[in-house]
Design a binder for this molecule. Structure first.
Ligand code: ARG
Length: 588
């Protein structure tokens, strides 16, 4: 076993059972890392206070009984100390920790546990096709991808769902615009390279013709666009062909972005809004028949007492407009039903902007009433805004949200400068590879190192700094360790690890926390906890490397042990970055 918390939990439970009887074997002794300002111990057990009533003894007496059971010659615990009202301060035996580190080094999983198996659906990226991705979509893609990688590492079945906005009224004007510019024209190819430009051109035509006098005349673009929506939705083959042409070009664009970012999504993960189209009428009929939806002012609505608006009346969730059209909510009702009843998700994650929270809660609650959320916990992983250094939401001067490609290109450009300065000795090709890894890594780490629901400041200078809590700092740490290892003329770095210096011990203790941290991210769905861990690990390694000579260690056993600690640190950092979707350059 390499997880001290787990080992201590079992040990303290055993002591409790020995002292007070077998019924205490299952209680959680609440093992937490000790507060280093109060004690030199490694861990603290807080259970005595909570157990006092149930056991019928004062907390200090319980703590004392546990300490007596553990005694002096325990294989796991070196010392137990009772503090305050009945805290137990626990210090691990150093040789136990050394064996755990040696074991972790030999373990392909590096201590990552396999919790009870789940099927987890992850809805992420989910952009509106034929419109360019902006920074909020970037963040959904980056956070979602990290969650996918982490959940898979924990052994879960992960089903990626790219819920593309690929249906709806905008496609009327997009199709009409495509017909005007001509299929296969350079204008049409914009869908592949700059979909936002294509969208804007269509929108401009639509808006100006909509306002033109006399409105609604034959040949009017807006009129044709509206008619096109109707023919498309009625299944007209020619409209559908044009629609799929737009979608195919959009997918080329999306795949380019995903490849550049190293996001796992492929065409197989696309399950867009259009794929639910045939179910929407039935969804409405079923909800109406069940009495969950009612017609109000011509529209089919769901009113729920749990969602009361400012006027003290339930907020309507409109699922069929008075003109018969269906909307975003209708599709999401069919979507949660599919994820729960067909995909059998234990958890269904929606990695989507925070402003959509009310929408999701209303949809899921309605779906639950219809019996469509059986055994599934739907979770909104809320994505916060990305703001500029002025604290405002990132926008271009004309007020548009900043395009993703612009951010990516800026980061790549800056990374190329950084690498050009730091490694003039490398070939252009090597530098380009590193610059790409560093540029993308810096963006992703900036997204992931703050909690996903809080806003973060897009600041290229900070993101690309080689010092501080940044992607490049961690990437540099892995490259530096690789270079240390390459200078040792050893074949294998497999220890055994011995811990004689406090900095070695501190490093081993930090390393042992990797598996628990990954498991925690799988539960809390907060990748920033892993980022914070990796940053602490890199800092702990730096302290170790400053105080403990590795290549110059005189005793060969100590040298081997320190090399093994270096190798283990590198493996954990590389694996941790991989779970964040960040590559580790071989050199930097
Ligand atoms: N396309 C939507 C947007 O860009 C996000 C879709 C999220 N997923 C969902 N099932 N509603 O805002």
């Amino acid at each position: 076993m390499t997880d001290p918390t787990l080992a201590l939990t079992t040990r303290v439970q055993q002591a409790l059972a020995e002292a007070f009887g077998p019924q205490w074997r299952e209680v959680d002794p609440v093992i937490r890392p000790a507060n280093k300002r109060q004690t030199d111990a490694d861990f603290q057990a807080n259970a005595a206070m909570a157990l006092a009533k149930r056991v019928g003894k004062p907390p200090r007496e319980i703590a004392q009984a546990i300490a007596d059971q553990i005694g002096a010659d325990d294989g796991l615990i070196a010392s137990v100390e009772i503090a305050g009202p009945g805290f137990l301060n626990l210090t691990l035996r150093t040789d136990w920790l050394a064996a755990a580190a040696t074991h972790q080094l030999a373990d392909d999983r590096l201590g990552i546990p396999t919790p009870e198996h789940e099927t987890v659906v992850v809805d992420y990226s989910s952009v509106n096709a034929a419109k360019e991705m902006h920074v909020a979509h970037l963040r959904s893609a980056v956070v979602g991808d990290s969650l996918v990688r982490t959940l898979e590492a924990l052994g879960h079945d992960v089903i990626r769902q790219n819920h593309l906005g690929d249906w709806g009224t905008a496609f009327g004007m997009l199709i009409e615009h495509l017909l005007e510019v001509g299929e296969g024209s350079d204008e049409a190819k914009l869908l592949e390279s700059d979909p936002n430009a294509f969208y804007r051109a269509a929108r401009a035509k639509f808006d100006s013709s909509d306002k033109a006098e006399p409105a609604g005349s034959a040949g009017d673009f807006a009129v044709r666009a509206r008619q096109r929506v109707a023919t498309l939705q009625s299944g007209d083959p020619d409209s559908l062909r044009l629609w799929s042409e737009i979608m195919d070009l959009s997918k080329v664009y999306l795949n380019k972005v995903y490849t550049e970012l190293g996001v796992l999504l492929t065409d197989d993960d696309i399950r867009g809004e259009s794929s639910y189209n045939d179910e929407l009428a039935e969804v409405c009929d079923t909800l109406e028949a069940q009495g969950i939806a009612v017609v109000s002012a011509g529209a089919l609505c769901i009113f729920q007492d749990e969602f009361i608006g400012r006027d003290d009346k339930p907020v309507p969730l409109i699922i069929r407009k008075s003109d018969g059209g269906y909307g975003y909510a209708t599709t999401d009702l069919a979507t949660i039903r599919h994820r729960s009843l067909d995909l059998h998700a234990d958890r269904a994650l929606y990695v989507v902007g925070a402003p959509q929270n009310l929408h999701f809660r209303m949809v899921w609650s309605a779906a639950d009433k219809a019996g469509w959320v059986k055994g599934t916990e739907p979770i909104h992983v809320q994505i916060g805004n990305v703001v500029g250094t002025d604290g405002k939401i990132l926008r271009t001067r004309s007020g548009d949200l900043i395009a993703l490609q612009f951010l990516v290109d800026s980061a790549l450009e800056r990374a190329a400068q950084v690498v050009a300065e730091s490694r003039p000795d490398l070939s252009d090709e090597e530098r380009a590879t590193i610059a790409h890894q560093v540029g993308i890594g810096s963006i992703k780490y900036a997204d992931l190192s703050v909690s996903h629901d809080s806003g973060y400041t897009f600041d290229l200078d900070r993101m690309l700094a080689l010092q501080g809590n940044t992607g490049p700092y961690l990437q540099y740490a892995t490259a530096r360790i690789r270079s240390i290892l390459s200078r040792a003329d050893a074949v294998a770095f497999d220890g055994p690890i011995v811990l004689s210096e406090p900095d070695e011990r501190a490093l081993a203790l930090r390393l042992s926390d990797f598996g628990p941290v990954v498991a925690d991210v799988g539960e809390s769905l907060e990748p920033h906890r892993l980022a914070a861990y990796l940053y602490e690990l890199a800092s702990t390694f730096t302290a170790f490397y400053e105080h403990c000579p590795v290549l110059k260690a005189e005793d060969p056993a100590i040298r081997d042990s320190r090399l093994a600690l270096c190798a283990l640190t590198r493996k954990v950092l590389v694996k941790g970055l991989d779970l964040l979707g960040i590559q580790a350059p071989d050199q930097m």
